[in-house]
Design a protein around this ligand. Sequence first.
Ligand SMILES: Nc1ncnc2c1ncn2[C@@H]1O[C@H](COP(=O)(O)OP(=O)(O)OP(=O)(O)O)[C@@H](O)[C@H]1O
Ligand SMILES: [Mg+2]
Length: 307
Amino acid sequence: MSDTALEVNGLSIKFGDFTAVENISFSVKRGEIFGFLGANGAGKTTTIRMLCGLLVPTSGSALVGGLDFRDGGRGIKKVVGYMSQKFTLYNDLTVGENLAFAAGLRKLAPAYAKKRREELFALIGFDRPLSAKVAALSGGIKQELALAAAMLHDPEIIFLDEPTSGVAPASRARFWSLIRKITGLGKTVIVTTHYMDEAEQCGRIALMSAGHLIALGSPQELKSSAFPGPMAEIDFKGLAAAEFLPGLRKAAGLLELAPHGMRWHAAFTDKASMDAALAGLSRQAALALIKPSLEDVFIRLVEGAGR
Ligand SMILES: Nc1ncnc2c1ncn2[C@@H]1O[C@H](COP(=O)(O)OP(=O)(O)OP(=O)(O)O)[C@@H](O)[C@H]1O
Ligand SMILES: [Mg+2]
């Protein structure tokens, strides 16, 4: 396999008159952790389903593991693993039955499926009996097992669609250390998430909004291109922020002014503009110079696009 895991060119899909994904292009290197970030309905799942050969695009082309994705899906399905957003495992079946079912779908020889199962149990650190009902497993362990099921046929490229949604924080961290282990083995992981701390752990992120790819880069690149100048955090300390905000909104060089919990983040084009805008505030409010987070990027690029 070449160094490129995915090469996507002008991919679009329409459902009737509605364009769910429009003209997106990107490529993913082998061994990358590539994240999809975007609001509900942005087109993340639809994009993944096209790349897995499960939905037929209206236009565009893609190479998935070097294969043209229009091969009817058969070749592609060998090189990709897919952990879907909605369905992972059957709750009323046992661990063994779920994995046997996954192996059956892939038509894996029993001896090979058993060998893979043991390798994957070692990888995820799974120590429950095969006879355990999936319903009895915790959310985190269930997702790890679902990951194993998606990797049973040893795919090169693994698509994980919100694998940690609704999972406890400690288990999310465990799942992400698994993702790093997998890419460490040379596999490629494409993952969607709504958690900013998870997006921060991706090598690169594709930011989607209303079917468009609106930004692409490493977390650091996204931050520095969305916020080329300084950012201040303003705590009005119980004063009515409404009294100061209209003036601040008109300040020269203001790029973004958005609430973050009880505080406000104000981004400027340059330090002189920031100093001038905040000079009158320093007695009433607590000011701190901060580094923009991915959440700031998201607010500026996704939510800001609608303003
Ligand atoms: N089969 C379909 N028929 C019609 N519209 C669809 C179909 N599948 C998806 N859509 C629409 O396409 C858009 C993109 O949906 P998609 O599920 O890809 O979003 P998403 O980014 O994965 O969102 P979420 O974060 O909620 O999972 C949505 O407006 C959705 O309603
Ligand atoms: Mg989705």
